[in-house]
Design a protein around this ligand. Structure first.
Ligand code: SIN
Length: 189
């Protein structure tokens, strides 16, 4: 089932008069920056793991046949690598629409790869949201991603763009590596 978090996000974080805000991206926000930003820096956040446990009914799947996209799961001791963008608050109008299927903005501490840190926001689709699909083995996730598609294109293109972007950044993620191996095996079959 799909969901719509635009209004919930608009009522959150009024930015307290800040004219610039850091946003941390860990999924498509790493490789698809279809918004204006002032600056971007590779970064990581602690206590979260990237998982393909969120359903996509609006981008990489359809109502009744969702695809699987990335979300973050609380995981003490873990770190998640991604990209931080410095943006103006108006950009959230676009981002809230883009991330509307279950993602809520949360405040995190962003550690920049070249040093220093800042408070910022991250979109997380938590286990309570209606589009959440939940845990599955990496082999099952790969089989699901292999066949799903939606208005934004093939689910596997989303996945491979992310895997390639992490490689270019010199980052590895065991969950992504396992899904990628299986997905390439299926695609080559
Ligand atoms: C993100 O990239 O940070 C959120 C999930 C997505 O849009 O893929």
């Amino acid at each position: 089932m799909s969901t719509n978090t635009i209004l919930a996000n608009q009522s959150l974080h009024r930015f307290d008069g800040h004219d610039k805000v850091w946003l941390f991206g860990y999924g498509s926000l790493i490789w698809k920056a279809d918004f204006d930003y002032i600056e971007r820096r590779p970064a990581r956040i602690f206590g979260w793991s990237r998982r393909f446990w969120q359903g996509s009914h609006d981008h990489r799947g359809r109502p009744g046949a969702p695809g699987r996209v990335a979300t973050l799961i609380a995981d003490p001791g873990a770190l998640c690598a991604g990209m931080a963008y410095l943006i103006t608050p108006e950009v959230f109008d676009h981002l809230d629409r883009r991330e509307k299927n279950g993602y809520l903005r949360e405040i995190v501490t962003i550690e920049f790869s070249d040093g220093g840190n800042a408070q910022g926001l991250v979109y997380i689709a938590g286990p309570g949201n209606k589009a959440f699909l939940g845990a599955a083995s990496e082999a099952e996730i790969a089989r699901h991603i292999a066949t799903a598609e939606g208005p934004s294109g093939l689910n596997r293109d989303y996945f491979f763009h992310l895997a390639d972007a992490l490689r270019r950044m010199g980052e590895s993620d065991v969950h992504i590596d396992r899904i990628e191996r299986e997905l390439r095996r299926i695609a080559g079959a």
